[in-house]
Design a protein around this ligand. Structure first.
Ligand code: UDP
Length: 330
């Protein structure tokens, strides 16, 4: 059992991962500045430290004093549209945060890092077929670039030291804990499944389809949606992989199954309590037509098998969580 530092552990994916780490018997310290995370998302039994990942001294002190063996870095900004409006903020947070973490790890002698990256590093380079880690990268928005630059920093640091890393490139993360204990709390999250869940509980009157003229079978964008608990399991396996002394790797995380925006909306409507209107709108800037993962490398290396790879499970758990949030507020 290991001591793990989770930065951004009060966020959506981070907090689900903390739950899974604790269940696997690991000790967890969470660092989060609560800019988008929620203290109440951090499970009991976690050592919570309020602070910013860009504060390298703060991090290195925690790493040293808590005897951390591996760091999982979720702390980042992740809204594509916002990254186009505020690129410098994205580079400051995401690239600056990675640099600060690398310095802190170097100072504290911690040499194992799990890093959250994204399918946005592939940009529009995919169109036909699934994307493997060898697919040419080429982000089309500052968010994607901030993650690709961060990957490069980690890669260079590893070449110059004994640092080992696992970079996970997430496709579309969605859904909520099946036991109803956790889910997406950010009220203004803009992701499709989240918005569809809000519509399904009557919090939103209408859902918009951003672009119906993409070169896809039904004209809407295709994405590979992965359940947040499956992704959390992957992180535990990744950390344990490094703790066993394994080599660095960059790995895609998805199911290899794409759904169009229309297909997701139709699943969301199937599970919804309240039917909602769907309107067609223009394309959203920065959206690639199709992103579907080839995650065979990750599955082979970590021995991971998907447990929740069904778009209805994703929509159902997201809706149940949204209902729970609503009942807590009212
Ligand atoms: N999308 C949409 N309506 C919405 C939100 C998203 O049509 O209200 C589309 C979006 O344009 C993209 C897909 O759904 O094609 C997935 O978007 P999301 O924001 O969930 O994730 P992203 O792929 O941008 O990380």
């Amino acid at each position: 059992m290991a001591k793990v530092l989770v930065t951004g552990g009060a966020g959506y994916i981070g907090s689900h991962t903390v739950q899974k780490l604790l269940l696997s018997g690991h000790e967890v310290v969470v660092v989060d500045n609560l800019s988008t995370g929620f203290k109440e998302a951090v499970p009991d039994g976690t050592d919570f430290r309020h602070g910013d990942v860009r504060d390298s001294d703060f991090l290195s002190q925690i790493l040293t004093k808590s005897g951390i063996e591996v760091v999982i870095n979720f702390a980042a900004k992740l809204n594509v549209a916002e990254s186009i409006q505020k690129p410098t903020e994205y580079y400051d947070n995401n690239v600056g945060g990675t640099l600060s973490l690398l310095k802190a790890c170097d100072t504290a002698g911690v040499n194992k890092i799990i890093f959250s990256s994204t399918a946005a590093v592939y940009g529009d380079s995919c169109a036909d077929g699934a994307i493997s880690e060898e697919t040419q990268t080429g982000p089309i928005n500052p968010y994607g670039w901030s993650k690709l630059f961060s990957e490069q920093l980690i890669n260079d640091a590893a070449k110059a030291s004994d640092l080992k890393y696992v970079v996970f490139r997430y496709f579309n993360v969605a859904g909520a804990a099946e036991d109803g204990s956790n889910g997406q709390r950010t009220a203004n999250a803009y992701h499709l499944v989240h918005l569809a869940s809000q519509a399904g509980t009557g919090k939103r009157q209408e859902l918009k389809i951003f672009g119906t003229d993409y070169p896809t079978p039904d004209g809407t964008c295709i994405r590979d949606y992965i359940h947040v608990e499956d992704l959390a399991d992957i992180h535990v396996l990744g950390a344990e992989h490094l703790l066993r002394g394994a080599d660095s790797a960059t790995l895609n995380c998805g199911y290899g199954q794409g759904y169009s925006v229309r297909q997701v909306i139709s699943s969301a409507l199937e599970v919804a309590d309240t039917k909602f209107a769907v309107a067609e709108d223009v394309r959203r800037p920065g959206d690639p037509a199709s992103l579907v993962a080839d995650s065979s490398k990750m599955q082979a290396l970590l021995g991971w098998r998907p447990l929740r790879n069904d778009i209805r499970t994703i929509c159902r758990t997201a809706l149940a969580w949204e209902k729970k949030l609503t009942s807590q507020i009212t």
